[in-house]
Design a protein around this ligand. Structure first.
Ligand code: AMP
Length: 274
């Protein structure tokens, strides 16, 4: 597995490998990230993963300083997963002092996480656009765990006619339903017991709405379930799968999305509604 820490090394490695599938990450890797590598490999192309904790997507009061970092562990996991190249840029490479442009995102970026975390999706889009420019991947792989993020990336990739295929990959979960996340390590043992309640509430509400129950009532019931479990929901909504706009009735491809605070951790999850 090749490792590049600067642009000349990255481009030398890419010249040897040819067009790659790119898996952008912030490190602290788990089986969710590795499923993206597996999906990229399945397409029969060399795979590059990037590890960069992107300061631009963290708000001033967010957890940038405590974001987990484990480069040695990450590299070992990527090697074992069959990754061909790891791109490890530093902050000065991604954001040189003279850089003066960021990407403004509208549409699906303005709702939910976009309202809770002003500037977050602009930071995500900016770093992803830079990674696309650096790596020039054929395709890029993103987890459905961050459903809204995938739609935002799809939107700006389409809007700017970027020649990259965006491939969503299903969420990897613990056996009790909790979506894997680098931040789950901050749950206390008691909170870890409670955390699967988010996926359970979403699954129940999706099945109720899918079988014709009233949307508003089903969402209220799910929120009450979260509160009863000890979580503080930020939002729980039925939305258009691509636009993220709230739906009052199940009328088109839809997704149930939620964010809830549990202790010091914000849990995000989403499920389809059929
Ligand atoms: P992060 O390192 O948290 O920025 O995540 C990097 C990529 O891994 C993003 O595309 C995430 O959506 C994806 N990802 C994170 N957790 C999971 C999971 N449990 N299942 C599938 N993909 C995931």
């Amino acid at each position: 597995m090749k490792i590049a820490r600067n642009l000349p090394d990255l481009h030398a490695a890419l010249d040897e490998l040819g067009p790659v599938g790119l898996v952008p990450t912030m490190g602290a890797l788990h089986r969710g990230h590795l499923s993206l590598v597996a999906a990229a490999r399945q397409a029969g192309q060399p795979v590059a993963a990037s590890i960069f904790v992107n300061p631009l997507q963290f708000g001033p009061s967010e957890d940038l300083a405590r974001y987990p970092r484990d480069e040695a562990g990450d590299l070992a996991q990527l090697e074992q997963a069959g990754c061909d190249l790891v791109w490890l840029p530093d902050v000065a490479t991604m954001y040189p002092p003279e850089a003066a442009s960021t990407i403004t995102v509208g549409g699906p970026a303005t709702l939910w996480e976009g309202m809770m975390r002003p500037g977050h999706f602009s930071g995500v889009a900016t770093v992803v656009a830079k990674l696309f420019g650096q790596v020039r991947p054929r395709a890029a792989y993103f987890g459905e765990k961050d459903w809204q993020q995938v739609q935002v990336i799809r939107r700006f990739t389409t809007d700017f006619l970027l020649p990259v295929e965006i491939v969503p990959v299903p969420t990897v979960r613990e056996t009790d339903g909790l979506a894997l996340s680098s931040r789950n390590r901050f749950l206390t043992p008691a909170e870890r017991q409670t955390a699967p309640a988010l996926h359970a509430a979403l699954t129940r509400a999706a099945s109720a709405i899918g079988s014709g129950d009233a949307v508003a009532t089903s969402l209220d019931v799910a929120k009450q379930e979260l509160i009863a479990a000890g979580m503080a929901p930020d939002y729980l909504a039925l939305v258009g799968a691509e636009t993220l706009e709230p739906l009052e009735r199940l009328t088109r491809p839809a997704r149930l999305i939620a964010a809830a605070r549990l202790g010091s951790v914000r849990l995000l999850d989403n499920v389809p509604v059929d």
